[in-house]
Design a protein around this ligand. Structure first.
Ligand code: HEC
Ligand code: HEC
Ligand code: HEC
Ligand code: HEC
Ligand code: HEC
Ligand code: HEC
Ligand code: HEC
Ligand code: HEC
Ligand code: HEC
Ligand code: HEC
Length: 316
């Protein structure tokens, strides 16, 4: 059983309403029900109607009598926290499987219980999103949802062996199962060390959907995905290189991997620059052939290529 002390800060924020009011015992299990009103109970139907509805629910302890193994495993996952919810419909096993009274009365009648594995991606997603829409509001219009890749394509509520996030298998293996076309890039001579575990696909992507293309994390500044790690390129600079702001980092770098050092999109720097600065090498400032020789190239002099506070030509 995970202890409340190990909850990550962001989660604590979400569930602090409960923790303020619930005393957790040493095992981490709630020792009393939450007396609090929460957002959901505010819109709950009147007491009489609620109890008629509630009678369709039997509670996780009843499920345990026949599904003990599943119960014991489930209890060790973060989903145990749903036992802190007030409404029967949002608690325990029935939070995902729906009301279980008829299933139990029928001695385990499989036609009387919601088994996500037998339902469409859309229905599964809707079920999970009854609780997770707050953290993943963009899922329905994500490329994954539209391609019928559902929550349980990536997550396994009961079988996950992963420490975090109930993933079926860890990244990047999970992603490569379907995105085998991206795999070669991470084996190129120069690549972000995703296979080596230094960074993950989800450092740059939010697979649950974003406002941007390519499932890239949404940030106010298109480059912030990269500059959160590469802070030296962030700026703002007194002298900005227009290309960095206008084209973004991917104007010159291929993010997954490249045959070229520095993940550059072209094998040599001069031609990369000359896409936009054509003819520069032949002008008087540069003399003949500057930048095109084997040993000296544009960035030997224009060192601060991402922007500078000292020099308008990004010179050293
Ligand atoms: C009286 C024993 C009993 C109880 C109590 C019970 N089940 Fe079952 N359940 C079964 C049996 C038997 C099956 C069918 C065999 C199997 O798949 O294990 C089953 C199957 C299931 C399935 C799979 C259905 C399918 O489509 O194959 C789910 C999901 C399920 N139970 C959930 C629950 C939940 C949630 C509860 C508590 C609300 C619960 N069960 C309580 C006996 C029980
Ligand atoms: C967070 C959602 C969620 C909760 C909570 C949950 N389940 Fe499930 N359950 C699923 C999903 C999804 C499946 C479909 C198979 C899968 O993806 O693992 C499933 C499948 C099952 C099955 C079918 C057999 C199998 O393993 O595939 C049984 C039985 C079952 N659950 C019982 C329970 C019991 C008992 C509890 C409470 C102790 C519970 N579930 C809690 C989501 C949930
Ligand atoms: C394409 C694979 C994939 C799909 C589809 C997917 N997830 Fe995830 N999920 C992940 C990965 C990878 C992580 C861990 C990295 C991260 O947080 O983005 C994660 C993390 C999470 C987390 C914990 C972290 C957080 O952001 O709160 C929750 C909760 C979650 N997913 C719920 C869902 C739900 C609900 C759905 C369906 C509506 C869903 N996921 C669909 C891959 C997926
Ligand atoms: C009844 C509400 C409820 C439903 C329905 C629900 N969840 Fe959750 N889920 C929770 C709570 C509560 C947590 C714990 C959040 C925390 O740790 O603060 C959680 C946590 C998670 C996490 C993060 C696990 C981690 O290691 O941090 C994932 C992934 C997740 N749920 C996936 C799913 C999927 C997939 C479904 C649908 C099959 C689903 N949930 C349905 C309430 C729910
Ligand atoms: C079950 C298969 C499956 C898994 C697992 C999966 N994806 Fe996807 N993904 C798809 C499909 C299908 C699409 C939509 C079609 C497409 O664009 O390729 C998609 C779309 C995407 C896109 C958007 C591509 C675009 O052109 O806009 C990105 C980025 C992405 N996935 C990243 C990931 C990452 C990162 C993971 C692992 C955490 C992952 N996917 C896991 C199947 C999957
Ligand atoms: C360093 C950040 C970063 C990491 C790490 C990363 N991506 Fe991407 N990914 C991007 C960017 C940026 C794009 C958009 C490319 C463009 O605009 O040229 C992209 C595009 C994609 C696309 C759609 C276009 C294509 O190339 O097929 C998919 C699918 C994808 N990434 C999957 C993945 C997977 C799977 C992983 C992990 C194995 C991963 N990405 C890791 C930044 C990243
Ligand atoms: C989660 C942190 C992280 C994010 C996000 C990230 N990177 Fe990186 N990047 C790294 C690490 C770590 C290295 C490897 C540094 C090393 O090997 O010395 C690296 C290497 C690089 C290199 C090669 C540096 C060299 O000296 O050869 C470039 C270029 C680069 N990243 C560009 C980008 C771009 C563009 C993005 C956004 C699409 C991005 N990075 C997003 C962490 C990150
Ligand atoms: C106009 C083209 C261009 C753009 C746009 C660009 N870079 Fe670069 N970047 C380069 C070149 C050229 C080098 C190689 C410098 C060298 O080898 O001397 C480089 C090198 C790097 C390096 C290696 C360390 C270093 O500073 O030499 C990192 C990391 C990096 N870039 C990240 C980024 C990030 C993050 C962005 C977006 C904010 C970005 N780059 C935008 C051209 C560009
Ligand atoms: C995508 C187009 C693009 C690429 C690629 C590009 N630049 Fe630029 N660069 C610009 C633009 C636009 C300006 C602003 C020009 C202006 O203000 O007249 C600029 C400005 C500059 C300046 C300052 C010019 C001045 O007038 O003071 C230098 C120096 C420069 N770039 C060098 C480089 C080098 C070296 C490379 C290759 C590593 C490069 N650029 C790649 C578009 C680009
Ligand atoms: C030997 C050092 C050196 C090399 C190599 C070099 N530059 Fe320059 N560059 C300069 C200097 C010095 C200036 C003048 C700065 C000033 O006006 O203050 C300059 C100015 C510029 C300017 C702005 C003025 C103009 O001529 O348009 C651009 C753009 C530029 N360089 C691009 C490049 C590109 C692209 C390359 C590689 C093909 C390159 N430089 C190679 C030293 C160099």
């Amino acid at each position: 059983m995970r202890m409340p002390a190990s909850f990550r800060a962001s989660r604590v924020l979400l569930f602090s309403t409960f923790f303020l009011l619930v005393v957790a015992d040493a095992s981490g299990q709630a020792s009393q029900p939450a007396p609090a009103k929460n957002a959901q109970s505010a819109s709950a139907p009147p007491a009489a109607a609620a109890s008629a509805e509630d009678s369709k629910y039997v509670g996780a302890d009843t499920c345990k009598t026949c599904h003990e193994e599943i119960y014991n495993a489930w209890q060790k996952t973060p989903h145990w926290k749903t036992t802190l919810n007030k409404e029967a419909s949002h608690q325990g096993c029935e939070g995902c499987h729906g009301p279980g009274a008829e299933h139990v009365a029928g001695g385990g009648d499989t036609s009387k219980i919601f088994n996500p594995a037998k339902h469409s991606a859309k229905e599964v997603d809707a079920k999970c999103l009854t609780c997770h829409a707050g953290t993943h509001p963009n899922f329905d219009r994500s490329p994954h949802a539209r391609a019928k890749v559902s929550c349980i394509s990536c997550h396994s509520v009961h079988q996950s062996k992963e420490e975090d996030n109930l993933l079926k298998v860890s990244q990047p293996t999970l992603c490569f199962q379907c995105h085998s076309d991206t795999k070669p890039a991470f084996n190129m001579p120069f690549h972000h060390k995703v296979n080596e575990g230094l960074i993950t696909c989800s450092d740059c992507h939010d697979v649950h959907g974003t406002f941007g293309a390519n499932n890239l994390k949404s940030t106010a500044d298109q480059n912030a995905i990269c500059t959160k790690c590469h802070t030296e390129t962030r700026g703002p600079f007194v002298y900005e290189h227009v290309a960095v702001k206008a084209e973004g980092c991917v104007g010159c770098h291929t993010p997954h991997g490249s045959q070229n050092p520095r993940l550059l999109s072209m094998p040599a720097i001069a031609p990369l620059c000359n896409q936009c600065h054509s003819g520069v090498a032949n002008n008087t400032v540069h003399g003949m052939g500057a930048g095109s020789s084997e040993t000296i190239t544009c960035t030997n002099c224009h060192t601060y290529i991402h922007g500078s506070n000292m020099n308008a030509a990004f010179l050293r």
